[in-house]
Design a protein around this ligand. Structure first.
Ligand code: CU
Length: 352
């Protein structure tokens, strides 16, 4: 879809270049070309141009990403049942490493992607399902998929590099254990393959299911846009400050369940602080035990499941309490609507 639009853009630009060059050849046609034309770019910008100035950054590999769509998007695969009753879930994952994404206004970053986004799709299965991942490497470098979880050695995505230009591998394993796990490319140098974006989330649900909730995925990640092995931006779901400018809408009393995974490279720790509330936190999501806090600290690939609900409507921050990270983009807002569910205390009008 995005590529189709990008290709359309590319065609428009190509036609504009051809018409623009005719300016020098055919003066009569060039008069017509001076009329300004308005069109909408792939990112939704409305551009007015005479065709003489072209933006070279819009290429056929320019990618878009919508963190609000990613937040609640779960990929359950193509589901079928095997003769022994096992549920088979099949996924196709395509790696590419030539994408360009505008990660912040005017900041373009070379993203390496699973299925065209950073993070890749959130893969979801139930404990005991047979997970089959058809992996295709359409990149220019070797890549793999390494899943955290339990599987056979040759399904670990470490010693079986998948070659560029269409190399294939089928990963197959039983979903387990119950919890939230990361997956990522495991080709060296690993930091480089991860910080460019080759990672995603793999959720394993218990057979009995989970309590109904407003579920969301937050991958805490970072961007090294000047390639000095220090991060320039931090985020929940790739785009710095996104959920601050586009608050996540929730309602009082609703159970909110956040699958949080830390994929920040270079910095040894990250953390997650929630305002006006505390949450139950279950590390790795593998256990029924949880603790009650408003702050967790996560090292690389540490993850877990947070559950909470708000009693009072209003606007509440969530962010890294490592302030450098929040000031460089890892900050967001929950916008809670609905009626208060607990007694509210009247405001004090100081000075009146
Ligand atoms: Cu890779």
């Amino acid at each position: 879809m995005n590529k189709t639009r990008s290709k359309t853009m590319f065609s428009i630009i190509s036609i504009s270049v051809i018409l623009g060059s005719l300016f020098f050849v055919l003066p009569v046609i060039s008069e017509a070309q001076k009329e300004e034309k308005t069109f909408v770019t792939h990112s939704g910008r409305v551009v007015t141009t005479s065709g003489e100035i072209l933006d070279p950054l819009y290429t056929s590999t320019t990618l878009e990403f919508d963190p609000m769509e990613f937040l609640r998007d779960f990929n359950y695969g193509r589901v079928s049942e095997l003769p022994d009753g096992t549920i088979l879930r099949e996924y196709t994952i395509i790696a590419e490493d030539d994408g360009i994404m505008e990660v912040s206004p005017g900041v373009f970053y070379n993203v390496w992607t699973f299925n065209g986004t950073v993070p890749g799709p959130t893969i979801r299965a139930t404990e005991g399902d047979l997970v089959r991942i058809k992996f295709i490497n359409n990149g220019e470098k070797e890549h793999t998929m390494h899943f955290h979880g339990i599987h056979e050695a040759h399904m670990d995505g470490v010693f079986e590099p998948v070659g560029p230009g269409g190399g294939k591998f089928v990963y197959e394993f039983r979903a387990g254990p119950v919890g939230v796990h990361p997956y990522h490319c495991h080709i060296m140098p690993l930091e480089e393959h991860i910080v460019h974006g080759l990672y995603g989330v793999y959720i394993v649900d218990p057979k009995e299911g989970r309590a109904p909730a407003d579920e969301m995925v937050m991958v805490l990640n970072s961007l090294d846009t000047d390639f000095d092995t220090e991060n320039n931006f931090y985020a929940a779901n790739t785009i710095p400050f996104y959920y601050q400018h586009h608050p996540i809408q929730i309602s009082t009393g609703d159970l909110i369940r956040v699958y949080v995974v830390n994929m920040v490279e270079f910095d040894p720790i990250n953390n997650f602080h929630l305002h006006g509330n505390l949450y139950r936190y279950n590390p790795t999501g593998t256990d029924t035990d949880s603790f009650y806090t408003d702050m967790i600290t996560l090292s690389q690939t540490e993850r877990g499941i947070m559950e909470f609900s708000y009693d009072y409507p209003g606007k509440y921050l969530f962010h890294a309490h490592k302030v450098e990270f929040s000031e460089k983009g890892w900050v967001g807002l929950f916008l809670v609507d609905g009626e208060p569910l607990a007694e509210t205390i009247g405001s004090i009008n100081y000075g009146n």
